[in-house]
Design a protein around this ligand. Structure first.
Ligand SMILES: Cc1ncc(COP(=O)(O)O)c(C=O)c1O
Ligand SMILES: Nc1c(O)cccc1C(=O)C[C@H](N)C(=O)O
Length: 396
């Protein structure tokens, strides 16, 4: 038995999260794509069946009250809150990440005031954030300035209204310094808006602790909510009374069933709601979040780093030098829960890896991405993935 196989056995035996894998529907495939679509938690199908057959099929309209449908966005927001370091009452679930980026960014610009005419956006961002920032800037009459996260402190000025940043870069897996960037943005009198898609559920975020103003994130990656599950919006408590949503739907009216022509916003986090919540997806997400019962995010982070460290060791041992280039920082403080490897024929390599039961993904033009979800990925999986990668590369 090779030294790495023995190490994997030892690490798996000592892994306190090991039993969590049984809470998911998985097969013999090594699933390293939970940073795109999390695996299915075993409780979800039964819950969805109940929501459809009993809550919808039998209770019908009564379920808005009796099954807690109406209050689901804020209730599930409070379930996500501890995972991102937020006290209750600051997160609502609903709509897509893209829509919430729009609400958060336009809301931030409005909070910043009329004398601030510039929006900074992460130049390396996942495209949707960039597109929406461009539209938000056009609609609010601000100038959009794309800068890398490292350039943000130097780019801030009295003109800056808001800064839209990613906690973890979707392509490289680089973890940005949320505490110090948020502090710099706030010091400049601007508002910090963070996209947590690639960090929530993988590492501690500390929204309240670090004074983040607004944040958004999806729930289908490390939170395992399912394809297209609703996203969330965090608005820091002290800003909520002044938060002026650009999408003021009837669900965030102070008296939704008053059916009044004039909009009067509700107080609190539910000011971020818009229209009728997507109940089926939302309640699937609520069930999926049960896998987090009793799981501290700090423990998840420790395992995530151990998994990615071990993967890097296995790649260094198995893959011929120079065949791949690691784009993910080695320093723990700069690493999310994925490893991105650059290689020339990445698209073809990923296709072959998937055929051989190791599922990661390919991001154009030349990146192999491997996401490590600590709740269901083990160290033996990691060793196998690196070994199959090396074999695939030597055949390519
Ligand atoms: C950083 C980031 N933001 C946003 C999105 C997507 O937004 P949406 O959920 O609206 O598709 C993704 C991935 O899909 C992402 O990686
Ligand atoms: N949201 C996705 C989808 O609807 C289809 C396929 C992939 C996705 C993703 O989540 C992509 C992902 N944000 C990424 O980091 O590339």
């Amino acid at each position: 038995m090779s030294e790495l196989v023995m190490r994997a056995e030892k690490l798996d035996a000592a892994d306190e999260l090991r039993g969590k894998r049984d809470g998911f529907v998985l097969d013999e495939v090594v699933y390293l794509d939970g940073n795109s679509l999390g695996a299915l938690p075993a409780v979800v199908p039964g819950r969805v069946e109940d929501v459809v057959r009993r809550q919808w099929g039998e209770l019908r309209i009564r379920s808005w009250e009796e099954s807690g449908w109406w209050t689901a966005p804020e209730r599930i927001g409070d379930r996500i809150a501890p995972l991102v370091g937020a006290a209750p009452g600051q997160i609502v679930v609903g709509d897509s990440t893209s829509v919430n980026v729009f609400k958060a960014l336009v809301g931030a610009v409005r909070l910043a005031g009329d004398d601030r005419d510039e929006i900074l956006v992460d130049a390396t961002t996942f495209p949707t954030d960039g597109y929406i920032a461009e539209s938000a800037a056009r609609m609010t009459g601000r100038t959009l300035r794309p800068v890398t996260p490292a350039e943000v402190p130097g780019a801030l000025s009295g003109r800056t209204a808001a800064v839209l940043l990613n906690h973890v870069d979707y392509r490289s897996g680089r973890l940005h310094d949320l505490p110090s960037l948020t502090a710099a943005v706030r010091e400049a009198g601007a508002l910090a808006v963070w996209d947590l898609c690639h960090s929530a559920g993988a590492l501690p975020v500390g929204l309240d602790e670090h004074g983040v103003d607004l944040a958004v994130g999806c729930t289908y990656k490390y939170l395992n909510g399912g394809p297209g599950s609703p996203a969330y919006l965090y608005v820091r408590r002290e800003l909520q009374d002044r938060f002026d949503s650009p999408l003021p739907g009837w669900n965030s009216h102070t008296e939704p069933f008053g059916m009044r022509p004039a909009y009067e916003p509700a107080s609190g986090a539910l000011r971020g709601r818009v229209g009728t919540p997507d109940i089926l997806s939302m309640l699937a997400l609520e069930a999926a979040l049960e896998v987090w019962d009793g799981v501290p995010v700090e423990g998840v982070r420790a395992k995530s780093l151990a998994l990615t460290d071990f993967f890097l060791d296995c790649v260094a041992e198995y893959v011929p030098e120079g065949r791949v280039e690691c784009l993910t920082p080695v320093a723990h403080a700069e690493r999310g829960s994925q490893i991105a490897l650059r290689c020339d024929d990445a698209g073809e390599v990923m296709k072959r890896l998937i055929e051989r039961g190791v599922v990661g993904d390919f991001r154009a033009p030349d990146v192999l991405r491997f996401g490590f979800t600590p709740l269901y990925v083990g160290f033996a999986d990691v060793e196998r993935a690196a070994r199959v990668l090396a074999e695939t590369l030597s055949l390519a």
